[in-house]
Design a protein around this ligand. Structure first.
Ligand SMILES: [Cu+2]
Length: 351
């Protein structure tokens, strides 16, 4: 019903505009071209001023309407630098926008064509050219330099004391792996993947895999104020680790390992208080359209205190349980599309 009313309203508005155009055409003939032209110019001049004011008011109202609905403060140290960069960029471009648009609309009003005024042909001015080329170039250079500094920072090597977590995307969930007490993630081989008991294709001949913890529920447990390094991969298609609260994202590409690191600033509990939302969760979204179940590919990051984290770690079991070897992968094609191989099992049966 509302769609029909909208279309009817649109047709009405268009026919009114058409009728006004027709009427002004007749008026031009009756009153003489010059006078009508001047009066039309005056009207257009005022419309320009009104449009500028209305446009600015619209921008302000959008800002007001979205004020509390944006993401909360950055939950990572690096994200704060990113927010600073965004703020500076918005301030600079905002000032330029208001000045240039203000001048554009004001000039249309102030210097409209009249019978008395003839247009002045202003061909070239070197000084003006120099000013409006140099200033934007300098400002852009500063903005690019800030961006480059942040980029080099986030893509730099993670600090040595970083917690390490592996995040692997698959259609359609995130699989998380934590190194066990040895602090090292064992080798993986995509040919060993099977959905029954080796979802990441842990190489059972590598003893460093024996204490690794694997969670298929997409839950990443990290410690507050300690850098965490994500080692990112994919089992099938391209996914993307999206961490909006930490202001990060990074592609998860099959066959290529990508990384990112950041330092979480607030625990999940603190964030619940800060946002006044008891249901707050740090989201781990998939930011890459990866298939029909993409919408459901949502993990969570749980930021906790060292004590809470230790208590959680104590409850975890190694994925390859006490000496039980994963069954050999099925001989058919595995979930990655590659040929499945038999898992070497000897090394873990001794444990
Ligand atoms: Cu996806």
């Amino acid at each position: 019903m509302s769609g029909f009313i909208l279309i009817a309203l649109l047709i009405l508005v268009l026919s009114v505009i058409y009728q006004i155009a027709r009427a002004s055409e007749f008026a031009t003939i009756l009153r003489g071209e010059g006078r009508v032209q001047a009066s039309t110019n005056r009207t257009i001049g005022w419309v320009m001023v009104i449009m500028f004011v209305a446009g600015m008011w619209g921008i302000y109202m959008c800002h007001e309407a979205l004020k509390g609905k944006m993401l909360p403060v950055s939950a990572s140290v690096q994200g704060e630098q990113y927010d600073f960069m965004l703020k500076i960029t918005l301030i600079v471009t905002g000032i330029v926008f208001v000045i240039t648009q203000g001048l554009l609309f004001w000039f249309a009003f102030r210097y409209q064509s009249t019978e008395k005024r003839t247009s002045y042909f202003y061909a070239h001015n070197n000084r003006l050219e120099l000013i409006w080329t140099t200033i934007p170039a300098l400002v852009m250079a500063v903005l690019v330099a800030i961006g480059l500094r942040n980029w080099l920072n986030i893509t730099s090597e993670a600090p040595r004391d970083s917690q390490v977590v592996e995040v692997v995307g698959k259609q359609f969930n995130w699989i998380i792996r934590y190194p066990g007490a040895d602090g090292v993630l064992g080798k993986r081989n995509f040919q060993l993947i099977n959905n029954e008991n080796n979802v990441l294709g842990l190489d059972t001949s590598d003893r460093q895999n024996m204490d690794d913890v694997v969670l298929e529920n997409g839950e990443v447990h990290v410690i507050v104020n300690r850098p965490v390094k994500f080692i990112i991969g994919s089992r099938d298609v391209i996914h993307d680790v999206g961490l909006p609260h930490f202001r990060y994202k990074m592609d998860a590409v099959p066959g290529i390992t990508t990384t990112l690191w950041f330092t979480p600033k607030y625990t999940t509990t603190q964030m619940k208080e800060m946002t006044d939302n008891p249901d707050f969760v740090y989201e781990l979204s998939c930011d890459q359209m990866c298939g029909k179940g993409h919408y459901s590919m949502r993990g969570t990051i749980i930021v906790e205190t060292p004590e809470e984290h230790a208590a959680w770690v104590a409850k975890q079991q190694p994925y390859l349980k006490g000496g039980q070897s994963p069954a050999p992968a099925p001989s058919a094609v595995d979930s990655t599309g590659g040929p499945a191989a038999k898992a070497p099992v000897e090394s873990i049966t001794k444990r």
